[in-house]
Design a protein around this ligand. Structure first.
Ligand code: IVH
Length: 674
């Protein structure tokens, strides 16, 4: 076993190296090693920390994936209050601000920055190490959410560079980039969940989650806009932010005009006008520009009012709004039965696109707006992808306008809707009888990421449903070519054959795809894959309790409950049985778990014990197919011992003595999956 000092040295070395690469990747967007190499270093560090618990450090790069659940967030007082900013909405108001400053102290330098539309955060570093992260709260005190903050890759855990004060506080905005936000919503839709409304609220909600692993998975980002402390590197705000960039933070890039300096109103307005025009092209949402006096000494001289500094002001862009007529409301029924009201609007131009529809989210929102058909409504495009209705012009309501009433029954199948306790959404519970639920489930099943059945799409599925050839996904496997040809119009020898062949070929789809294709609520593509690999077969999954399911690392209580419910329903069990009889894959096949690759190139493994998802032979094969070597006994040349249940204690001791990491089946799977 590596001696204590050697281990401590290696931990230090690896931590520094990993933080360096983290910074290259997440702050500079300029990585110098592959993800794979990064993972290998991280794995080594994880193993060292596991073997030497005394070396564990809350600011270790291993903590980026999220630590244990946070039971509660302690309230802590801010060393410097987190003030808000006075707002301005016009050139005149900005002019008044500039005039006020100049009257008091003469000509001075202003810094203009983007006003990020996210969540304010305060980060305190002591001796260059993250001590705590605190939300704004009421400005005087906030909630300590350090565990969640550590998962934000753009926030350094240990500062680099020179001039790092012994105690320093950085302020900034935690945000979701648009790309990340859209990816999150795509995953939610895939899992049959409601998409999030906008990046800002989602960022705020995410920071308050009790599960830091989930926070890590969502991928928050951060920009720094202030440095505070008793002793600072310079007396210029602009220069201090440059320093913060050297310490490893993500800060606005002057080269891209994300920050500029000016000495007069003209210069300030040029920056504002530029970003008012170009803001839609940015990676993150901004709602304005912040103008600050650059000199900290001048800032001190100007001082504060009750709530906000007199040395800074926000300029807020006008939200892009338009008024139009509400022609009607339609209620869409999703694959999981969720009812979504959608407003149909008289087409209107808004933020460069023609808008015909707006989301109304749920019944509460309709009631809150007191919407009537024929109303003139105010639509706004904020951070949301789909515009929303933010107001009604009551004075223009036609006298005979009828209120919009959320239906009690499903618009498609007339079943009485239900609303689950604590949820805003209404559902149609008629899972097996409601046409759009059935067809959308089948569409999902045949989709490209699921069973990928050629020749079948939304329209054909609906056609086959209307013709009573399809009632559920098992019926697909009983379709005959003659039945399709009898449908007449649009169906020929070729298209019918394509469907029949596509259905036949789909029987070979791997278990994990079938699991995803079943459309179990909350079980998206990634979750299905992980469950398939952890559980191994449909039978085992169907018999698992909620408790057993939550032991799988990607499965929380909500997913677990949804899986148990699915297999409890008689209808679902019948369908799964029929699929089994048609020869679909109901278990993991080791040969499809690992594709051929060179991920393990140059690595020597010793395999020992009994495995859950593999036979000993097939796990050895998996090592070899990925370029690794398998040897019989542990020596100093062994890189990993792959241990199943029942590995003898002698082997474990030997591995420890030689400093060879012992990994389990799940870790091995992660290595070959990458
Ligand atoms: S400076 C004392 N700069 O806007 C000055 N704030 O009302 C404190 N914000 O919640 C703020 N971008 O989180 C500053 N470049 C920026 C900003 C910014 C966004 C947020 C901040 C606060 C609000 C100010």
């Amino acid at each position: 076993m590596m001696d204590k000092d050697a281990a401590a040295r290696r931990v230090k070395e690896l931590s520094a190296e990993l933080e360096y690469h983290n910074h290259r990747y997440y702050v500079l967007a300029d990585p110098v090693i592959s993800d794979r190499e990064f993972d290998m270093l991280l794995k080594e560090l994880e193993q060292l920390e596991a073997r030497h618990p005394e070396l564990a450090d809350p600011n270790s790069p291993t903590q980026r994936v999220g630590g244990d659940l946070t039971r509660n967030f302690p309230t802590v007082a801010h060393r410097y209050p987190m003030l808000s900013l006075g707002n301005s909405y016009s050139r005149e108001e900005v002019g008044e601000f500039v005039a006020r400053v100049e009257k008091e102290i003469g000509t001075t330098v202003f810094v203009m920055e983007l006003k990020y539309d996210g969540v304010a955060i305060s980060l305190t570093y002591q001796d260059g190490r993250l001590l705590r992260g605190v939300t704004r709260g009421d400005g005087e005190k906030g909630e300590e959410i350090t565990g969640n903050i550590r998962t934000v890759r753009a926030i350094p855990l240990v500062l680099r560079g020179s001039d790092v004060p012994a105690l320093v506080e950085l302020r900034g905005e935690v945000v979701f980039t648009r790309t990340r936000f859209e990816a999150l919503n795509a995953q939610r839709l895939e899992a049959g969940e409601e998409p999030y409304a906008n990046p800002r609220n989602t960022a705020a909600g995410t920071l308050k989650l009790q599960d830091p692993k989930e926070v890590a998975r969502r991928g928050l980002d951060n920009f720094i806009y202030a440095v505070q402390g008793e002793v600072l590197p310079t007396r210029s705000h602009f220069e201090n932010i440059r320093k913060a960039a050297e310490w490893g933070f993500k800060t606005p890039d002057p080269a891209r005009r994300f920050v500029e300096r000016a000495t007069d109103l003209e210069g300030i307005m040029a920056f504002i006008d530029h970003w008012d025009k170009h803001r839609h092209g940015l990676e993150v949402d901004i709602d304005g520009v912040v103008i600050k006096v650059d000199s900290l000494d001048v800032q001190d001289e100007l001082g504060l009012t009750a709530k906000s500094p007199r040395w800074a002001i926000a300029y807020k862009f006008a939200a892009e709004q338009a008024t139009t007529r509400l022609n009607g409301v339609v209620y869409q029924v999703g694959r999981t039965g969720a009812i979504t009201p959608v407003a149909e609007l008289e087409p209107v131009l808004l933020a460069g696109t023609t808008v015909k529809r707006a989301s109304l989210h749920n019944a509460d929102q309709i009631a809150k707006l007191d919407l009537h058909i024929g109303d003139r409504v105010l639509v706004e495009k904020g951070g949301e992808i789909i515009p929303k209705i933010v107001g009604v012009q009551l004075s223009e309501r036609p006298s005979d306008a009828a209120p919009v009433l959320f239906p009690h029954a499903c618009p498609e199948c007339a079943t009485e809707l239900v609303r689950l306790e604590g949820e805003a959404q209404h559902y149609c519970p008629n899972e097996h009888g409601c046409p759009p639920q059935i067809t959308r489930r089948i569409e999902h099943f045949v989709g490209r990421k699921a069973m990928d059945i050629d020749g079948l799409g939304g329209e054909t599925v609906e056609e086959l449903f209307r013709a009573e050839l399809l009632r559920n996904v098992a019926d697909l496997y009983e379709l005959r070519k003659e039945q399709l040809l009898q449908l007449g119009r649009g169906w020929g020898e070729r298209s019918a054959q394509q469907v029949v062949d596509g259905v036949e070929a789909s029987k070979q789809a791997p278990f994990e795809r079938l699991l995803f294709a079943l459309g179990i609520r909350h079980v998206g593509e990634t979750v299905a894959k992980r469950i398939a690999r952890a559980v191994g077969s449909m039978d085992r999954l169907a018999s698992m309790t909620q408790e057993e399911l939550t032991a799988i690392d990607v499965v929380g209580p909500v997913i677990a409950e949804s899986i148990v419910d699915f297999f409890q329903a008689e209808g679902n069990r019948v369908i799964v049985e029929r699929l089994r009889n048609h020869g679909l894959r109901m278990a993991l096949d080791p040969s499809e778990v690992a594709e051929v690759g060179d991920r393990l190139k140059g690595l020597a493994f010793v395999v020992s014990g009994v495995f859950r998802n593999f036979s000993r032979e097939s796990i050895k094969e998996a090592v070899e197919r990925n370029g690794g070597k398998v040897s019989g006994s542990i020596s100093s040349k062994t890189n990993y011992v792959l241990a199943g249940a029942d590995m003898g204690p002698a082997k474990r001791t030997k591995a420890e003595q030689l400093g060879v990491p012992v990994i389990d089946e799940d870790e091995f799977m992660r290595m070959i999956e990458g």
